[in-house]
Design a protein around this ligand. Structure first.
Ligand SMILES: *[C@@H]1O[C@H](CO)[C@@H](O)[C@H](O)[C@H]1NC(C)=O
Ligand SMILES: *[C@@H]1O[C@H](CO)[C@@H](O)[C@H](O)[C@H]1NC(C)=O
Length: 214
């Protein structure tokens, strides 16, 4: 039986779609020169397939966030958000990639200024990679020595304390690592509740309602 033009066209389309599926990043590591695009729904998957890092939206909002969630849980339980205060709006040009200085940057073509960045100085440029580890920690590390971690999402928690992460005052001092609730279940921007070590040095965890307008 001969395949007519329409059928051939359909077949090619299906093949192209399948190929695109194959090329959507589903590795645990992003390397220099690669990027995660919001348009093609690229994501990283931890080696144990427990966590994924990619783009998400909530309800009817078109605001786009980069985050980490438990894989396969139906209501997509988000455990970390990179750009909770600075959402993206254009899926076609939104991407996570490396800047020339080795930092991870979240960009939208319309803006030169990153929507989010690891924002470190003195990185060994061309020698960093970013990996989503099995415990849900997203790390920027030295490609030539994987135990050298320059930045980790566990140091910048959102509203979720994952096993293995430490709260408290971070190594560099001053900035208390704390959990801050979402504004509401549909909006990851910072809400009114925080949980963390008392910044005055008293060893106790405090749960406080931040005095702000909601
Ligand atoms: C990083 O590598 C790219 C391509 O491999 C090269 O064009 C660029 O100059 C390098 N940058 C630095 C700072 O070495
Ligand atoms: C790798 O990095 C770790 C932690 O920064 C360091 O202790 C170790 O000496 C490094 N190893 C090599 C071979 O450079």
């Amino acid at each position: 039986m001969a395949i007519d033009t329409n059928e051939a066209f359909l077949l090619i389309l299906v093949l192209l779609l399948l190929l695109r599926e194959c090329f959507t990043v589903a590795d645990d590591t992003l390397s220099m020169g690669e990027s995660l695009s919001a348009y093609t729904g690229d994501y990283l998957s931890s080696d144990n397939h427990k966590f994924e890092l990619g783009y998400f939206k909530r309800s009817n909002s078109s605001n786009i966030y980069l985050g980490i969630w438990y894989k396969g849980i139906e209501d997509q339980r988000i455990v970390w958000v990179a750009n909770r205060e600075n959402y993206l709006s254009d899926p076609y040009s939104s991407r996570l990639e490396f800047s020339n200085d080795g930092n991870l940057v979240l960009l939208q073509t319309s803006s030169e200024i990153p929507f989010w960045s690891t924002n470190l100085r003195h990185l060994p440029s061309n020698s960093t990679e970013a990996t989503l580890l099995d415990d849900g920690n997203f790390v920027l590390r030295d490609r030539s020595n994987l135990s050298t971690i320059f930045w980790e999402s566990f140091d910048h928690p959102t509203d979720t304390w994952l096993p293995g992460a430490k709260l408290g005052i971070d190594k560099v001092g001053k900035v208390p690592k704390q959990l801050i609730s979402w504004r509401n279940s549909e909006d990851p921007s910072p809400g009114v509740f925080s949980f963390g070590l008392d910044p005055n040095g008293v060893i106790q965890f405090i749960l406080e309602s931040i005095n702000s307008h909601v």
